[in-house]
Design a protein around this ligand. Structure first.
Ligand code: ZN
Length: 125
């Protein structure tokens, strides 16, 4: 019986800890992307993963936890489609998702998570 896909089973993976963020490096991730999967940052190549990127992803991890994970992904996807309809561009829609707007706004603020209010992404809707 074929097992369901799980990145922990991937033979090419490497896992490193970058501060408080767990990073999984795998050739199965498309180039140039980093995806926060259940609080773990998945990427093909971690050479470009800066402290700002790690902080950005830590903000997403906080959003994930306060929304109990699955609702975060559902809201993210729904908002991406709605913003695509409004802006007509997937990349512009992505940058306007409330979760991304919060994460990009505070990606360079290392103390942000220490004073962030819960559900802070709502003000970026
Ligand atoms: Zn992001």
């Amino acid at each position: 019986m074929k097992r369901p896909f799980h990145y922990l089973d991937l033979p090419s993976q490497q896992r490193i800890m970058a501060g408080r963020q767990r990073v999984v490096v795998t050739r199965y991730c498309p180039p140039g992307l980093c995806i926060n999967l259940f609080g773990r940052l998945v990427t093909r190549n971690d050479n470009w993963i800066s402290d700002d990127v790690i902080n950005h992803e830590l903000i997403h991890t906080a959003q994930l936890r306060e929304l109990w994970i699955v609702p975060f992904y559902l809201l993210y996807l729904i908002e991406w489609v709605c913003k695509f309809v409004r802006h007509g561009s997937w990349s512009k829609a992505y940058r306007n998702i409330s979760f991304e707007r919060e994460a990009y706004t505070y990606g360079d603020d290392r103390q942000y998570l220490d004073h962030r209010t819960p559900m802070a992404w709502i003000k970026y809707l």
